[in-house]
Design a protein around this ligand. Structure first.
Ligand code: PLP
Length: 285
């Protein structure tokens, strides 16, 4: 049985109920996070909460729990739910209004929801056992505020579904200039001649916490060169390696783009080195 947190109580998932007038339900008017936990250890907790606070600020949801309050909820969910590897989902919607009206109401309390779900074990940095991802590509048709981790995910869901229906694990997205933005639920990277490149932070992509930690770890360690710059579709198609990152996947190697092998079609050496550094450094955030 799954125990969830709703507003101020822990209760079985089946008993957790919200009003259909909740603006999260009617408008996707909310902010969320997913934070991985391995053997009870949360990864990147503080930066995740900082991003959630930034998102709430940007959309005018006034809710100011401290990182420690959130940590207590996350740890309680870890305690109350079974499983060594858990994703902790945190969600704050603007709250329940009495009417359906677009303007932000100023007198409603935010709805706070959190639950834990199973995630795969953290990847091992060994290219002989790593799962190689297959991705498809498409034009990024989402909105121009992709830096906000909004619960309004239909654009991302539709892009994920496009790839899924073609048997792909993810969908790489490109803007109108054929520049890589990200994937439907991951940030994206290429490797060419040993140099890692990933699109810069702007309104076209989510500032991924895995991206932040990976780049920070790689830059501090210094053996692999990383560039934050525009990456073109041609570069993706001619890359030696392609990766996607997210909290529950860490650094995932892509071996096929639109049915064609990436590089030699095998998981690459640079991926192995980067995932090894990430595995060693991820608990320092
Ligand atoms: N980009 C999008 C659109 C996402 O939905 C996600 C994760 O959900 C990411 C990137 C990766 O972010 P993070 O590393 O914080 O999980």
């Amino acid at each position: 049985m799954s125990i969830v947190f709703l507003n101020d109580a822990y209760l079985p998932m089946e008993e957790a109920k919200i009003s259909p007038m909740d603006r999260g339900f009617l408008f996707g008017d909310g902010i969320y996070e997913v934070i991985p936990s391995y053997d009870g250890q949360l990864v990147g907790f503080a930066p995740h909460i900082e991003r959630m606070n930034n998102g709430m600020k940007e959309i005018g949801i006034h809710f100011d729990w401290s990182t420690e309050q959130w940590r207590q909820v996350a740890n309680t969910l870890i305690e109350k739910n079974e499983g060594a590897n858990l994703g902790i989902y945190l969600h704050v919607s603007r709250g329940t209004d009495s009417k359906r009206f677009h303007a932000y109401p100023d007198d409603v309390a935010p709805t706070v929801f959190a639950f834990a779900f199973d995630i795969p074990a953290a990847p091992v940095a060994d290219k002989s056992v790593a799962k190689g991802y297959k991705v498809s590509t498409t034009r990024d048709l989402r909105w121009e505020r992709c830096h906000i981790k909004s619960t309004a995910l239909l654009g991302n869901v539709m892009h994920f579904q496009q790839g899924y229906e073609q048997g792909a694990n993810e969908t790489l997205l490109f803007n109108a200039n054929n520049e890589l933005t990200e994937a439907s639920a991951c940030n994206a990277y290429i490797v060419k001649d040993g140099v890692i490149a990933t699109p810069p932070l702007d309104n076209q992509i989510l500032p991924g916490i895995t991206r932040f930690m990976l780049l920070d770890i790689l830059k501090k360690e210094g053996s692999l060169k990383v560039e934050e710059r525009v990456v073109t579709m041609d570069e993706v198609r001619n890359a030696d390696e392609v990766w996607v990152t997210s909290s529950s996947k860490e650094v995932a190697p892509v071996i096929e783009v639109d049915g064609k092998p990436v590089g030699n079609g095998q998981v690459g050496d640079v991926w192995q080195a980067a995932q090894a550094l990430y595995s060693a450094g991820k608990h320092n955030y």
